[in-house]
Design a protein around this ligand. Structure first.
Ligand SMILES: NC(=O)c1ccc[n+]([C@@H]2O[C@H](COP(=O)([O-])OP(=O)(O)OC[C@H]3O[C@@H](n4cnc5c(N)ncnc54)[C@H](O)[C@@H]3O)[C@@H](O)[C@H]2O)c1
Length: 269
């Protein structure tokens, strides 16, 4: 069974790999046997060291993914220097917490550029290389619960992740005949620094969120999302395409955390 989850001999590109979820994905994919290509706007030195310490090959590229015209040349460089690309994990993302009337056109464009445009144009070029190389590749887009349900103060983020959801289905439809799958992983509330710059009572916000998560333990850790990505990147996920795997501790399964107001659990055994 474990052989179908192995990524041995595959080269995986992970964007936003310097920290948070991207760093966990890179390390987890290396543990599954993959060689890694890391892309980030800051040098992903710690992640690269972790990948190399697992005995895997690793190359790093510093690039600002908001610069759309530079994405195709970046992919071409990666293909030339690292060889055929088997998997692309579009993970880099930005979030800003601001009310609808505070969002500027430049801020809107940046969020859309990093969270939706870059994943599309990276996938576009990577898929062309996969087809030319005869590879039945995998594209995994890191979406969000916010691509499925809105959250106040994040109109641009919500819209960018909803766009990524339909980019995922569109690419699944067009790349299926080439044997390439495209899926999304939608994390819920995961402990990373993504909200550190939010100008808000973060402790209060997190407390409200924690009350929404049915599964014991509250927020997820980046490692909790790794299995979903490895699965979709591997042979085990061969027949899965155009879908979204929600990894949210059940947050979206429950409309209202009403259980807190019911009498405590009593066993009927
Ligand atoms: N943490 C969560 O709770 C959560 C929930 C749902 C979805 N997500 C998604 O998961 C992904 C990773 O989030 P995270 O929580 O690890 O965030 P993070 O802020 O910790 O890491 C994001 C990484 O992306 C890189 N990045 C951002 N803009 C870039 C750009 N223009 N060019 C190149 N690299 C850039 C950053 O340098 C950083 O290394 C994002 O797409 C995010 O939307 C996170």
């Amino acid at each position: 069974m474990s052989a179908s989850f192995s990524l041995s001999g595959r080269t995986v590109v992970v964007t936003g790999a310097a920290r948070g979820l991207g760093a966990a994905f890179a390390t987890g994919l290396a543990e599954a046997g993959a060689d890694l290509v890391l892309v980030d706007r800051t040098e992903p030195a710690e992640t690269a060291a972790a990948v190399i310490s697992l005995g895997r090959r690793c190359r790093s590229y510093v690039a600002d993914l908001a610069e759309t015209p530079e994405l195709a040349p970046l992919v071409d460089t990666i293909r030339r220097e690292a060889g055929p690309i088997h998997v692309l994990v579009n993970n880099a993302g930005v979030a800003r917490l601001e009310q609808f009337n505070e969002i500027t056109p430049a801020g809107w464009r940046e969020v859309m550029a990093v969270n939706a445009e870059a994943p599309f144009f990276l996938a576009q070029r990577v898929a062309e290389h996969m087809i030319a190389d005869g590879i039945e590749g995998r594209i995994v887009n890191i979406s969000s619960k916010n691509g499925l349900v809105a959250e106040a103060g994040l109109a641009h983020y919500n819209a960018s992740k909803a766009a990524l959801e339909l980019i995922t289905k569109s690419l699944a439809a067009e790349l299926g005949p080439h044997g390439i799958t495209c899926n999304a992983v939608a994390p819920g509330m995961i402990e990373t620094p993504i909200a550190d710059d939010f100008d808000v009572d973060l402790a209060g916000l997190f407390e409200a969120w924690r009350a929404r998560i049915p599964l014991r333990g509250g927020f997820g850790r980046p490692e909790d999302c790794v299995g979903a990505v490895v699965y979709l990147a591997s042979d085990a996920g061969r027949y899965v395409t155009g879908t979204t795997l929600l990894v949210d501790g059940g947050a979206l399964a429950d409309q209202l955390p009403r259980l807190r107001f019911l009498p405590p659990y009593r066993s009927s055994l």
